[in-house]
Design a protein around this ligand. Structure first.
Ligand SMILES: [Zn+2]
Length: 201
């Protein structure tokens, strides 16, 4: 009966704060899949302008992205379906930028097309609230893994504070890419430091 055993592919969310090495972990996973003769593609949202057609990591390695999804685009359209039908896995970078509908489509792909989906992304935005894509990933995923970053005080960082011109801010658009705007940077902080340094409490 073992031959009849059929394990359905998982939707998996690997999340962390900024600088938790998500892109590097994704590139390592892509390498491991291919070492084992598996077929994969890389997907990201067009919201993530960093690296253009490539997924780049802070420490050097990069890799071409096969699908750059617009916010209103379906991964189940005629252009992408032939690319994903016979894959072993789809690796998604900066998955917080997906729409809830796109997350639902990836869930469908894992369950109905038996392609493993591994999403890497942030849990919350600079206001400490869920990205809508991340919320849907928490609702639908089969597996989770937290990637850790350390706050400057030495405790685990859970928050992504946005710094503009050297000052922490709590207002502004949700999607601002640090590489695009030289005045913007993100700082991973623990809860205590986020309260004190960002919310001044
Ligand atoms: Zn701290």
């Amino acid at each position: 009966m073992v031959g009849d055993l059929f394990i359905m592919a998982n939707l998996e969310f690997r999340y962390g704060a900024m600088n938790s090495g998500k892109s590097m972990a994704l590139l390592q996973m892509a390498y491991n899949y291919e070492e084992n003769g598996k077929k994969i593609i890389l997907v990201k949202s067009v919201v993530d302008t960093k690296g253009g057609d490539y997924l780049v990591s802070r420490i050097g390695p990069k890799r071409k992205v096969q699908i750059k999804l617009s916010r209103n685009e379906s991964i189940l359209n005629n252009k992408y379906l032939p690319m994903i039908e016979n894959l072993d896995a789809i690796l998604v970078d900066e998955a917080q930028f997906l729409t809830p509908k796109q997350v639902e489509e990836l869930w469908y792909v894992s369950k109905r097309m038996n392609v493993s989906i591994i999403c890497f992304g942030l849990k919350t935005n600079f206001k400490s609230e869920f990205f809508e894509g991340s919320r849907r990933l928490f609702e639908l995923s089969d597996k989770f893994k937290e990637l850790e970053t350390i706050c400057h005080c030495g405790v685990k960082a859970r928050f992504n504070a946005r710094m503009v011109n050297g000052k922490f801010i709590t207002e502004g658009e949700e999607f601002v890419i640090d590489g695009d705007d030289k005045n913007v940077k993100y700082v991973p902080l623990c809860g205590s430091c986020y309260l004190k340094e960002v919310l001044k409490k």
